[in-house]
Design a protein around this ligand. Structure first.
Ligand SMILES: Nc1ncnc2c1ncn2[C@@H]1O[C@H](COP(=O)(O)OP(=O)(O)O)[C@@H](O)[C@H]1O
Ligand SMILES: [Mg+2]
Length: 298
């Protein structure tokens, strides 16, 4: 539904290209994660996806219609909703209701439709609309403000939601909540394009990861392939940490435990460990003087 076809971009004439030949697509209901060190081009891709920037070469296509053709632009642009980095810094209304209603009102919807959209968006991010609606957004916690900002974009009912560093600056519990809301949206069919350094979170949600390096896609694939043990060196060179659970699995493998090289979530690791330890216990019972862990790593 959203396709980048050989997209290159420079910000100013004669300036160097900051993106070169970017080619990928996001299918309906899919989640794509953009990784890579600061300056590698993630935010620029999000701006192209929602039509804030036009490609220097190539095209960005939504539902087979190029974003750059004028007659398509207005119609198509709000199909992709962008939540910028630190969106809570752009809150400006006196009440939560007015904040989330701003976009739908600008679309010229009736009061009843505006109310419906605001309630739907606030519920989606975990609030009780009638409780939160009259509150002052500036009096909320950081995590709550971010959810309000997210609701403001959701109220436009985008089919693709693009998020720039959505986990940055949140407490662990707020990160966890946000992750759960994004998963909920994803399960209900919103496509997600997420630029992030938060490898633990993105590895659990994304169908595909694109690892950027100086404006090009250096590595791509589903999380369990990108974070396979064999990519350790490559990931380091790209400035990327593995998810904590993946790094732990790699260490256990290097100690000789026969654990899959493609672990990205805790349940997988627990399953593998249980199976591996079960084998050892069975072997230990048959051979009472052998079968300890040190023996296996020898
Ligand atoms: N408005 C701008 N004008 C000129 N250069 C920019 C602008 N925004 C970003 N850049 C440059 O484009 C490159 C990619 O930046 P960006 O997309 O923000 O990367 P990331 O989000 O991965 O940190 C960087 O070299 C950055 O300095
Ligand atoms: Mg960025």
């Amino acid at each position: 539904m959203l396709t980048f076809r050989n997209v290159s971009l420079r910000y100013e004439k004669k300036a160097p290209l900051v993106l070169r030949d970017i080619d990928f697509s996001l299918s309906a209901g899919e989640c794509v994660g953009l990784l890579g060190r600061t300056g590698s081009g993630k935010t620029t891709i999000l701006k192209l996806a929602c039509g804030i920037l036009d490609p220097t070469e190539g095209s960005v296509v939504i539902d087979d219609a190029p974003l750059t053709e004028r007659k398509n632009a207005d119609l198509l642009r709000h199909r992709v909703g962008l939540v910028m980095q630190y969106p809570e810094r752009q809150l400006f209304s006196a009440t939560v209701f007015d904040e989330v209603a701003f976009g739908p009102r600008n679309l010229g919807l009736s009061d009843a439709e505006v109310q419906e959209r605001v309630h739907e968006a606030l519920s989606t991010v975990g609030f009780v609309p009638n409780e939160i609606g009259s509150r002052n957004p500036f009096a909320l916690s950081g995590g709550e403000k971010r959810r309000i900002a997210l609701a403001s974009t959701l109220a436009l009912r985008p089919r693709v939601l693009a998020l720039d560093e959505p986990f940055v600056g949140l407490s662990p519990s707020a990160r966890h909540n946000l992750s759960a809301f994004l998963e909920g949206l994803y399960r209900e069919g919103t496509s997600l394009l997420i630029a992030t350094h938060a490898v633990d979170e993105i590895a659990l949600i994304a169908d595909q990861l694109l690892v950027m390096d100086a404006g090009t896609i250096a590595l791509e694939g589903p999380p369990h392939r990108v974070f396979a043990a064999g990519n350790h060196e490559k990931l380091l060179a790209l400035g990327l940490d593995a998810p904590q659970v993946t790094a732990l699995a790699w260490r256990l493998r290097s100690r000789g435990l026969a654990i899959s090289e493609t672990i990205v979530n805790e349940d997988e690791l627990i399953r593998e460990l249980t199976r591996e330890l079960g084998k050892r216990t069975a072997r230990g019972a048959r051979e009472p003087h052998q079968g300890d862990v040190r023996e296996a790593s020898a």
